[in-house]
Design a protein around this ligand. Sequence first.
Ligand code: SAH
Length: 245
Amino acid sequence: MRWFFVEDIKADDATVRIAGTEFTHLKKALRLKPGSAVSVFNGKGLKLSGRIESVGMDNAVVTVEGSSLNEGESALDLTLVQGLLKGDKPEMIVQKTTELGVKRICFYSAPRTVPALDEGKARDRVQRWRRVAIEAAKQCGRTMAPHIDYVDFASALKGRGEGLRVVLWENERSQGIGDILERCKGSHGPIALLVGPEGGFSADDMDEAVKKGFIPVSLGRRILRAETAAIAGVSIIQHRLGDLG
Ligand code: SAH
């Protein structure tokens, strides 16, 4: 099934117009013809399925045959709160954790290790992360792309009233992530997973996180790169409490 992203579709649309870069992909890369079965999704859970009615110069028209809501979505409301990392590691985290079903990614600035993005750069970077999330959702058959934002650390700790908030702490020795998840099976609600920046958390940052209700948990004795810890943490939580296998 070919998937295309169109932001402003409605559940009762009888036809959908595909234009812009999505149309270019449809016409030039996939060379789809009238009659081809396609799906259109808006990244917020709505998906319309149908067939191409016509392929014009700058858009294609799809006749809608059916619609669905939240297909491919995990019931688990999981937010990843991740310190900004160097290079394109954030883009890699967006792609992998989108495939793994995360609902929201909140990057926070960690100036001790990576210079904070100024307003213009932050806006561009968040746009880029959103495009990566849409492409990853398309590829893995999700109808929802995670909401992504970039805030300061204090705002990141505020969260959205999650029922369970865990922080991956490389110096935690007494409780593993499995212990916590075992204890809250079936009674957790939305979950927030906080992961440190390159170089890890400062003692003050950890104090702040614990004060805001984050429970320190370990992923074992090896020290993982932040991106490894983020992907492993999301996978373990989605496996234990969500729909990953
Ligand atoms: N100070 C070390 C650790 C940084 S790793 C260094 O400089 O290499 C970055 C983040 O990954 C940590 O802040 C933590 O959130 C997570 N992390 C890495 N290994 C972990 C482990 N074994 N248990 C829990 N969290 C871990």
